[in-house]
Design a protein. Structure first.
Length: 255
């Protein structure tokens, strides 16, 4: 079931989205060579606490997970695609880092992700990240009343495939509302003109995930969470929570 949000509810969700944006900005600012991923998680925790928000990630345990997620952010480095658990790993020069963060404030959830490099970047990594961001922008542009979920999926997938990148099979965006993950699912590839019709009041997380090697396959670490490319190639992830409105898409997790 998809809940259509009122304008007032969307404004409240924007407040949550600002907290997510602040947390991601603080983490990115703190991500330097030698910094441990656990330290980045502490930075995000501080932002959430100061805002009076809670984390929908911490303690989250979907059916596939052997244990609840132990952090407030996902930190996926280099060949990790998504769901990386912050640990003692210390960032190295040239690392590609994807950070996913959520928040709950006033009963409403928000979810966003960003990818960036640490130290001296590889040109190939910058291209991968730029393509993830371009795919996200294309998906957002398609998030207008009268279009369908398939139009978003097609927009995202077209950008990714044109650049020669892989799209992890079975993973994509989702509805957002009182909970972080709600209906409908938002694939990162698919035929246009198909799926649920977009209506004002729908709120969606659109989140391209790209693998540089071009394959859609992935493996899962022994922690039951971290997904990695099977060929060791690097990955990037970009995400915003977006409201469908009569005036066009409204990005709720923008800075």
């Amino acid at each position: 079931m998809v809940e259509l949000k009122t304008d007032e509810s969307i404004d409240e969700m924007r407040a949550t989205g600002r907290v997510v944006a602040q947390a991601l900005a603080a983490v990115r600012e703190s991500a330097r060579v030698g910094v441990a991923l656990l330290d980045l998680d502490r930075v995000a925790r501080d932002v959430l606490r100061e805002a009076g928000a809670t984390s929908p990630f911490l303690g989250y345990r979907p059916k596939f997970a052997p244990v609840p997620f132990p952090a407030v952010i996902c930190t996926s480095v280099n060949d990790a695609i998504v769901h990386g658990i912050p640990g003692t790993y210390r960032l190295r020069d040239g690392d590609l880092v994807s950070v996913d963060c959520g928040a709950v404030l006033g009963g409403w959830a928000g979810d966003a992700a960003v990818s960036f490099t640490v130290g001296r970047p590889r040109p190939a990594d910058l291209r991968l990240i730029a393509t993830a961001e371009a795919a996200l922008a294309a998906g957002i542009a398609a998030a207008v009343p009268g279009n369908r979920i398939g139009d978003i999926a097609h927009a995202v997938g077209t950008v990714c495939r044109a650049a020669g990148y892989g799209i992890p099979d079975g993973f994509g965006g989702h509805g957002v509302g009182r909970h972080m993950h709600e209906d409908p699912g938002v694939p990162n590839e698919g035929p246009p003109g198909r799926g649920m019709k977009l209506r004002p009041g729908m709120v969606l997380a659109i989140e391209p995930m790209l693998t540089a090697g071009g394959t859609d396959d992935y493996s899962c670490d022994g922690d039951g969470w971290t997904l990695r490319t099977v060929d060791g190639s690097r990955a990037a992830h970009a995400e915003h929570t977006v409201a469908i409105t009569a005036d066009g898409p409204r990005i709720l997790t923008a800075p």
